[in-house]
Each structure stands twice: as structure tokens, then as C-alpha cells.
Design a protein around this ligand. Structure first.
Ligand code: EPZ
Length: 425
């Protein structure tokens, strides 16, 4: 029996939600621990399954961990063994590709399963490989296993990425942190998670500058030391709750966030009719009037994030005038729209955009999460739909949204997790 969510829609969300640490920042930081042999304490580690899987990978490799609270952990990777990587576990998440950079940096070699994660069609690693190869690594892929080694050690390099790939930028930083010389990554990803990884490594003694700009410079150091570090708040979790508040016509105050990271999200929401008040670490969102349509185009940070486009889709369905979403990062990120249509949404798909004529009445239905953010979109649709929605395959949502059931019920959502068979299927 796979669990599902029973959502009774039509209740405006009202109250306060604390945003957790960012999954996509915590993942590279956890793999970066391989480079730091000393003890590290991490705070605001989001309690989600992708983080639990990463901790399991590190523990199976020999890391010693002590849980200090649900969101804080002490870890030491002194005894980590590159030959003890649990290959099948690494194949379940995308972030495991960071083992390449971390393994090369610490041991000069590592093998890992081909990374998994959300299915958006092909998810190539050519930029990762080109960057690591230019630093002296060789990479082979055989029988679903990626093996990398740097027979003569890693050396510095200057590399320009074809696309500002988050993962390739992370792997470059990890590989270069302890490599000899100064590595320069041009056309680097600028996401807040890249900045957070650099801040973490710098707190451990690394010399990384330019993170957050298109050019990251890493001067290799001989050793990193332990530290205590708090993971940056999750802009995607925050953006998801902003959309949920707007979709249900409610009012939410979000705490523990970096409003600066949400510029590209706040501005379209205001255009769509939301009132948003921003202060230093809080943000209040309210939507009491009409919802208007808009056109969104995803782009690498600081553009509108691909990881939030699905959550805007229910808003566009309900809006007056409708709108369009151009997806410029992942070509196959509209799978969730088929499920949204089962709830009464109207979506017209083209090659790299989706049209939403708007004016839809969303109604409860039996749907399934297709991936992490697509699942969040269907959850939002269920919260504002008439009647009951049964949302299956919620393991996708549990990969990236900490305590979302409690957070949502605390602000008035009628939502519960069921273990029995879906009744509407
Ligand atoms: C990260 O994936 C995130 N995952 C994704 O979030 C996010 O959607 C994505 O960045 C873009 O912001 C994690 O941080 C674990 P990319 P990543 O390399 O690193 C192409 C979520 O919902 N590309 O920036 O895999 C690629 O095909 C997840 O939390 C190459 O062509 O993304 C895509 O079109 C889903 N060759 C684009 O670049 C490469 O070698 C962006 O990919 C690498 C990427």
C-alpha cells in the first residue's frame, strides 16, 4: 500500500510558516564534508528523504554522525572509504553526482552509480565531465557505474561552462578546493546554493571567491578544518508556500528566509494580484482580490526558477486572462500538467511552453505526483480545488518538503496522509 494525501480543498491558508534550510544547498555541503576530515556541525539541515539518503551514503562510506536535533547533526568523515560507496543508493538521487568532485578532491578517485533524481528526460553530465577532465581526471561509465580517477593528481584549470549548470559548478568547486593552483569556472551557476557551498567551504579554510557571480575562482588549499555552519533558507520551499497562499486566497507570514533570493518570484506574484510585504527576514503574502494571469520564463538564477514553475501553474489555471510558462532549463518539465488537467485545469502544451487560458474551476480528483515540484503543484491545486483530492506518489514531495503536512495543517489546510488504497482510483 503506498501512502497518499487526502486533501479537502477550499480553505484559505492563514498563519505563519518557518522556512527550513535549503535541500539543494545542504546536498553539496554534505558531500563537501568528504573533503573536511575534522568534525563539522550542520544546522538547519532539512529533514527530507534526499538528505536522509545522503546521510546514509556517507555513513555507509564510514562517516561518523551524531544527530543533535531533527535539524542538526555532527559529522566526521576522517574514516570515509572511497571503495565503500553504496552504488544502488547513489542512483536514487541527482546530488550523488557531487561524489565525483568530492571523491577526486580527497582520494583522487571514486566510483558512483549513475545519479537519479526527478525524471525530466535526459539529464546529461557532459559539463561536469569536461570540467573535471580539464583538471586531470578521467571518467568512464560502464554497467551503470561512473568511475573517475586522476592518475597524476588534480591540477588547476580555467573552464567556461556551455550552460551555467548548478551541478557542474558544484563539482568544479569540490574538485578544486584542495587541488594545486587556482581554478577558474566561467559562466558558472549563480544560485544561492552555490554561494552557500562556497561560504561553507570558506568557513572550513577554503579560498573561494566570486560565488554568486558568473566567475568563481578557487585557490586550492592543502587542508580544510571543521566548523559549525547553518544552511541557507530554502527559496523554493518559501516560493511554494507563497503560491499556496495566493492560490487559496489566504494570508501567510513566512519566517527564516532571505527575501533577496525571491525577487524573481515576488514580482510576478504581485502582478498576479498578491500583496507582498518584505522585511529583513520575513515576508507576508496576502491575496484577497482577483487573480490575474502573467507570462513566466524560467532561467538560471537570478531569473525565474524552474523549480517554481509548476507551483505557478494552478494560479494560472484559476487566473483571469490566463498566461504562459516558457520552460528554458528542463525541456520535459511539464509532465505534471496532465494531472492538473484531471482536476479541471486547461493546459495547452507546445515544445517548450505551456499555455493556460485561465478561468478554470479546479475540482478534486485522484492524481499522482510526477516529480518533486510537480507534486507540490498538485498539492497546491488540491488545496484550492472544490471537493476532495487524493494525491498519490507522495514520496516525490517528501524528497524536498520538510514537515509539509504539519506546516500546512498548522495554517488551516485540511490534509491528511492515508495508507489505505486510493478510493477514487
Ligand atoms: C539542480 O539540478 C537542482 N538539483 C534542480 O532542482 C534544478 O532544477 C536545477 O539545478 C536547475 O536550477 C539539485 O540541486 C540537486 P543543472 P542540476 O546542471 O544541477 C543541462 C529540484 O526540484 N546540463 O543546472 O542537475 C541540463 O540538461 C531539482 O529540487 C547539461 O546539458 O541542474 C539542464 O537543461 C530538480 N549538461 C540544464 O543544464 C550538464 O553536464 C540545467 O542543469 C549539466 C546540465
Amino acid at each position: 500500500m503506498t501512502p497518499y494525501l487526502l486533501i479537502r480543498g477550499g480553505r484559505p491558508l492563514r498563519g505563519e510558516i518557518r522556512v527550513d534550510g535549503m535541500k539543494n544547498a545542504a546536498l553539496p555541503i554534505l558531500f563537501a564534508l568528504i573533503l573536511v576530515r575534522d568534525e563539522v556541525t550542520l544546522e538547519d539541515l532539512p529533514p527530507v528523504t534526499d538528505i536522509e539518503t545522503t546521510l546514509q551514503i556517507l555513513c555507509k562510506m564510514g562517516a561518523e554522525t551524531k544527530r543533535l536535533s531533527p535539524n542538526a547533526i555532527r559529522i566526521q568523515t576522517k574514516n570515509v572509504d572511497p571503495d565503500a560507496v553504496p552504488l544502488s543508493l547513489t542512483s536514487t538521487l541527482r546530488g550523488s553526482s557531487y561524489l565525483l568532485g568530492a571523491g577526486l578532491g580527497r582520494f583522487g578517485r571514486i566510483a558512483t552509480g549513475i545519479p537519479g533524481g526527478c525524471n525530466f528526460g535526459t539529464r546529461p553530465l557532459d559539463q561536469h565531465f569536461r570540467l573535471l577532465e580539464s583538471m586531470g581526471a578521467t571518467i568512464e561509465c560502464e554497467n551503470g557505474i561512473l568511475r573517475t580517477t586522476a592518475p597524476r593528481g588534480l591540477h588547476s584549470a580555467t573552464v567556461r561552462l556551455d550552460f551555467p549548470s548548478v551541478g557542474a559548478t558544484v563539482n568544479g568547486i569540490l574538485a578544486a578546493a584542495l587541488a594545486e593552483g587556482t581554478t577558474v569556472i566561467a559562466n558558472a551557476a549563480r544560485e544561492p546554493h552555490i554561494v552557500d557551498l562556497a561560504n561553507f567551504l570558506n568557513a572550513c579554510g577554503a579560498e573561494i571567491s566570486g560565488a554568486g557571480s558568473p566567475c568563481v575562482t578557487i585557490r586550492g588549499v592543502s587542508k580544510l578544518h571543521g566548523t559549525r555552519y547553518r544552511v541557507v533558507p530554502d527559496m523554493i520551499e518559501a516560493g511554494t508556500y507563497l503560491c499556496a497562499a495566493c492560490a487559496t486566497g489566504g494570508k501567510l507570514r513566512l519566517s527564516n528566509l532571505c527575501p533577496d533570493h525571491l525577487g524573481a518570484v515576488v514580482s510576478p506574484l504581485r502582478k498576479m494580484g498578491a500583496e507582498i510585504v518584505v522585511s529583513e527576514k520575513h515576508l507576508t503574502v496576502e491575496r484577497s482580490g482577483n487573480l490575474y494571469g502573467t507570462v513566466l520564463e524560467t532561467a538560471p538564477y537570478p531569473g525565474f526558477p524552474t523549480d517554481l514553475q509548476p507551483q505557478f501553474a494552478p494560479l494560472l489555471c484559476l487566473s483571469r486572462g490566463g498566461g504562459r510558462i516558457y520552460e528554458r532549463v528542463w525541456k520535459s518539465r511539464f509532465q505534471y500538467t496532465a494531472e492538473l488537467c484531471r482536476m479541471g485545469g486547461t493546459v495547452l502544451l507546445a515544445d517548450d511552453f505551456a499555455d493556460f487560458p485561465g478561468g478554470d474551476r479546479l475540482q478534486g480528483a485522484c492524481v499522482r505526483a510526477t516529480d518533486l515540484r510537480g507534486g507540490a503543484a498538485l498539492l497546491i491545486a488540491g488545496l484550492c480545488a472544490e471537493g476532495e483530492t487524493e494525491l498519490g506518489e507522495i514520496h516525490h514531495i517528501e524528497r524536498g518538503y520538510p514537515d509539509f503536512l504539519k506546516k500546512l495543517t498548522d495554517v488551516g489546510a485540511d490534509i491528511s496522509k492515508k495508507d489505505e488504497k486510493l478510493t477514487k482510483s
